[in-house]
Design a protein around this ligand. Structure first.
Ligand code: ADP
Ligand code: ZN
Length: 216
């Protein structure tokens, strides 16, 4: 299964990806996580990307395609993968298509998680992640006290808020999504790959919709 999860910031791509990883045993490839790891490690990529990410803008397409090309060369994608946060522009979608054609690994489906603007805002403002293992929580809907704690490695999650989850940056990111990423809905619709599901509701319910969309 080679999947793209499409949706605005806060639509639940990360949460649903984590659940699919457990279910299908294929890796989640989150370009946001890859970039944040580069920032943390202080690599040249990380240094260049940090200011762009903090401002809620997009890292350039060439760089992103390079990151994805490298990641898709790893052996753990043999049985498939879940792309979370990539592609985010039409140029990235075209680049991905070329790359996957080269690799003889076409996409199985693209699932769009649809969530309205107010809920996106609320979710992002409540989002916290564990600094140690990266697991994501929400102080409104999925507090860290609810099991399971992290992924078994951390007994006490060390919660932080992302710099780019501040209110001003969130509206910028939602605008960037509308302008640059929303056109991918049509792009994948025309290619017969798109399935749209309602991303509102608790994570379990969304996972159920996602599973039915993948079976159908
Ligand atoms: P979210 O989906 O909540 O916005 P991500 O963790 O996916 O968060 O991305 C965080 C930031 O990383 C983005 O705002 C952007 O600056 C950068 N980024 C992630 N993926 C891409 C991408 N495919 N193209 C360009 N920039 C990206
Ligand atoms: Zn943790």
């Amino acid at each position: 299964m080679r999947l793209v999860l499409l949706g605005a910031p806060g639509s639940g791509k990360g949460t649903q990806s984590q659940r699919l990883v457990e279910h299908f045993g294929i890796p989640q490839i989150s370009t946001g996580d890859l970039l944040r790891a580069a920032v943390k490690a202080g690599t040249p990529l990380g240094i260049a990307a940090k200011a762009i990410m903090d401002a809620g803008k997009l890292v350039d397409d060439r760089t992103m395609l390079g990151i994805i090309r490298e990641r898709l060369a790893q052996p753990d994608v043999a049985n498939g993968f879940i792309l979370d946060g990539f592609p985010r522009t039409l140029a990235q979608a075209d680049g991905l298509h070329k790359l996957l054609t080269e690799l003889h690994k076409p996409l199985s489906a693209v699932v769009q998680l649809e969530v309205d603007y107010d809920l996106l805002f609320k979710r992002i403002s409540g989002r916290r992640s564990c600094q140690d293992c990266g697991r994501v929580f929400n102080i409104h809907t999925a507090p860290p006290s609810s099991p399971p704690p992290c992924d078994g490695r951390c007994t006490a999650p060390n919660l932080v808020q992302r710099v780019d989850d501040s209110e001003a940056t969130v509206s910028k990111r939602l605008q960037v999504y509308e302008d640059q990423t929303r056109p991918l809905v049509d792009y994948y619709l025309q290619r017969g790959l798109l399935r749209t599901i309602d991303g509102d509701g608790d994570p379990q319910a969304v996972t159920q919709r996602l599973s039915s969309a993948l079976e159908g």
